[in-house]
Design a protein around this ligand. Structure first.
Ligand SMILES: Cc1ncc(COP(=O)(O)O)c(C=O)c1O
Length: 407
């Protein structure tokens, strides 16, 4: 992968901030956006700034065709059978909520999750527990941070109607064995919803090969614009999911006391949509596909191995999740003895312009269960270099020398 060529597409990387170039290690929150994506967004506003799927004039037709083309491109990216299996959302959270609330769960039904779900799954599941009387079963991770398939099999029964799991953890970077999980869940008649927000930017999420029923991802973690989520609903299940939002464009007809929903995906796309965002998402998918997901993952793991090698033997640094960087993709989450995660992030931001995330990463329950106050998270992507990683590891070593000695 030609990182120096890639970096030229990201204007912010050559913008001095406080007199220094930024070292952006927060891609698990939002990736940076290449000029190809911002150009596509500007083109929408300058050339065809109309709405799709409603008016019959030429500009509206142009937007409709562009959005249809993006839907097809997204379907191809995830290997969905039909473009209509893909709905545009405002983020992954909306997609996850749509399935968790819309799949008709009833009192006594059971929902299974991991113990490291993002709040975008954890909170809606707790809400269906509270409001519907669903029972939440949680699969505890194995001691080494990997998925415990035996523990999963123990909680499975015919009462489980939905298994909803984080494909790649936003805390540790660990990716669970999705196909095995889907096969076991299906053998009990349960449906599976994968939260692929962290997986989709750098791993092939082949919904057909995985045989998964539902999947949600975020465009803004894949070089795409803010405000676009992607929801996959397997074609035969679309009519069984009721939307979260009702109104214009989601219906075929309404009468004084009745309405009829459109088939998917339109029923999930009520109200005017984020057309510039959808067009930008198409450019983003094209951009990361042209680099290649295998190359992206390989690059992430190469950098992760470098960070791990530099810091794993330090008594003052503890790494979250599996110790093997091959199992952590582009994420290196850690704590430094005697410093809070926020202190680590602030010190490195001030001293080196290193921009990373710190805290509980919307996985509060995961940290509370383990009695940990949070962690600092470095997430690397296509534009990060070995030199940047070395600046980080040297800076962390300095921190441990200064603050952790003798503690
Ligand atoms: C694993 C995971 N799931 C869900 C989300 C929520 O994504 P969005 O902000 O697109 O709703 C995130 C965002 O950080 C995430 O990391």
């Amino acid at each position: 992968m030609d990182v120096s060529k890639t970096r030229k597409d990201f204007a912010v990387l050559s913008r001095e901030i406080g007199g220094k170039l930024p070292i952006y290690f927060d891609s698990a929150c939002q990736t940076l956006r290449p000029r190809q994506v911002t150009d596509a967004i500007v083109e929408y506003y300058e050339s065809y700034p109309a709405c799709a799927g409603r008016s019959v004039h030429k500009l509206a037709t142009e937007v409709s065709l562009k959005c249809d083309a993006v839907r097809s491109r997204v379907a191809e990216f995830f290997n969905a059978e039909n473009p209509t299996d893909i709905a545009f959302m405002k983020n992954a959270t909306e997609g996850l909520n749509t399935v968790i609330f819309g799949s008709g769960l009833k009192a006594g039904d059971e929902v299974v999750t991991t113990d490291y779900e993002h709040n975008s799954v954890h909170v809606p599941v707790l809400e269906v527990v509270r409001t519907v009387g669903v029972r939440h079963r949680m699969v505890r991770s194995a001691k080494d941070g990997t998925f415990d398939i035996e523990a999963f099999e123990k909680v499975m029964s015919k009462k489980v109607k939905l298994v909803t799991m984080c494909l790649t953890s936003n805390v540790t970077g660990y990716t669970l064995p999705a196909k095995e999980i889907v096969d076991i869940a299906h053998s009990y008649g349960a449906k599976v919803l994968l939260d692929a927000a962290q997986a989709a930017p750098s791993r092939k999420v082949d919904v057909k090969a995985l045989d998964v029923d539902f999947m949600a991802a975020s465009a803004h973690k894949m070089c795409g614009p803010s405000g676009v989520g992607l929801l996959y609903v397997r074609g035969d299940l679309g009519e069984s999911i009721s939307p979260r939002i009702f109104g214009g464009h989601g219906v075929t007809d309404t009468n004084v006391a009745s309405f009829e929903l459109l088939p998917p995906p339109e029923r999930f796309e009520t109200g005017l949509q984020n057309y510039s965002g959808i067009v930008g998402t198409g450019a983003a998918i094209q951009y990361i596909s042209s680099i290649g997901l295998d190359e992206i993952l390989d690059h992430e793991i190469t950098l992760n191995k470098r960070m791990t090698r530099a810091l794993i033997n330090s008594d003052a640094v503890s790494i979250m999740g599996p110790s093997d960087p091959n199992l952590r993709g582009g994420l290196f989450s850690f704590n430094v003895k005697a410093l809070s995660a926020h202190d680590v992030a602030m010190i490195l931001d001030n001293s080196k312009n290193i921009m990373m995330r710190s805290g509980m990463h919307c996985c509060h329950a995961y940290f509370h269960m383990r009695g940990i106050e949070g962690c600092a998270r470095v997430s690397v992507y296509i534009y990060n270099t070995r030199e940047e990683v070395d600046v980080l590891t040297e800076a962390v070593k300095d921190l441990t020398d200064k603050f952790s000695a003798g503690s």
